[in-house]
Write a protein that binds this ligand. Structure first.
Ligand code: PBG
Length: 324
């Protein structure tokens, strides 16, 4: 086996998987205001930015060949409510940001998060009853309105990350009913109730609202794998176009099963906690940031992912360019 590993040329010739900028989706946190860049303490290198600064990041993404951004809004407390009505306000932050991005960078894909947690006072992804239980069917119409609002503002892909049952069918019907036939649906089909989301909840400011609450009644149990296949199969039947496994590295087995068994466009989210671990260890000099990040991203490709949502997207694209 070592003969082929001896030289760079033969290692290159037998390399099975490669990472390219085409594989990357860059998640960004956007807030109201101007000239704002607020570092997220638990995610070194990641900032909450106002639209003007987001356009600079978008420009960089375009120049590095990163195909798409995923937008996550930071919503002020004054705009949060029990019913999350701000989520489908056509003049809200997200639709305004979509319109600005699509007019400046028409070829850059814009993916939006469909879930109510940035907009609810309790930080849950759906509407709740008096006991705090997240209601499924009552939430579906709210999600469909949110998705249509994003689509009509120009979003290329809407990405329901809420884990309600039946939301893909409901969103597809709503979009089609309004002639929004080209809007793709990226379903967070296998989204686990993970503790690796901690830094993200700090970044969007939903951690305080959620308090001691959790999302166990709708996100998946980390113990399960067959259930992920059922979730993806349901979302295929409901009309989703792209399928997400989340988090990433602790769930590479799920990525592999989805790709091998269902053969669909499969995406993986290297979540905030995974990013924080790599950055923290490298800040301490315990790991080499670039080498470990690139190895982690390559592992997603090897597991079968067609694309990767990662806070490393711009850095990784820059590293790929430098090394080319
Ligand atoms: C919520 C949402 C979460 C993330 C993306 N969308 C967290 C959650 O379910 O509470 C996490 C992403 C990350 O950790 O990077 N709709």
């Amino acid at each position: 086996m070592r003969r082929m590993r001896r030289d760079d040329f033969s290692r290159r010739l037998m390399r099975e998987h490669r990472l390219s900028a085409d594989d990357l989706i860059y998640p960004v946190f956007v807030l109201e205001g101007e000239q704002i860049t607020q570092p997220v303490a638990s995610m070194p290198g990641v900032n909450r930015v106002s639209l003007d600064n987001l356009l600079l990041l978008a420009e960089e993404a375009v120049s590095l060949g990163v195909p798409a951004l995923a937008l996550f809004p930071v919503i002020g407390d004054d705009k949060k409510s029990l019913g999350a009505e701000e989520a489908w306000n056509p003049e809200g932050l997200v639709p305004r940001v979509i319109r600005a991005l699509k007019s400046r960078f028409p070829d850059l894909g814009v993916i939006t998060d469909v879930a109510l947690d940035p907009y609810t006072t309790h930080g849950q992804d759906g509407l709740i009853d008096a006991t705090g239980y997240v209601l499924n069917d009552e939430t579906l119409e709210a999600l469909a309105k949110q998705a249509l609002c994003h689509s009509q503002a120009g979003a290329d892909v809407v990405a329901p990350s809420d884990m309600m049952d039946g939301r893909v069918a409901c969103i597809r019907a709503k979009l089609d009913g309004a002639q929004q036939i080209h809007t793709r649906i990226l379903a967070y089909s296998a989204k686990y109730a993970s503790s690796f989301y901690g830094p993200f909840r700090d970044a969007v400011g939903s951690a305080g609202n959620l308090g001691k609450g959790n999302k166990y009644t709708y996100q998946m149990d980390p113990a399960n794998s067959d259930e992920a296949i059922r979730e993806v199969a349901l979302d295929i039947a409901e009309g989703a176009d792209m399928f997400m496994v989340k988090p990433g590295m602790p769930y590479l087995d799920i990525v592999r099963r989805v790709k091998s068994e269902l053969k669909v466009p499969t995406y993986v989210y290297q979540v905030s906690g995974e990013y924080a671990m790599l950055k923290a260890a490298s800040a301490n000099g315990w790991l080499d940031d670039k080498a470990c990040a690139m190895e982690a991203l390559l592992s997603f490709k090897r597991a079968g992912a067609d694309g990767i949502l990662t806070y490393y997207a711009l850095e990784a694209a820059r590293w790929l360019k430098e090394d080319a």
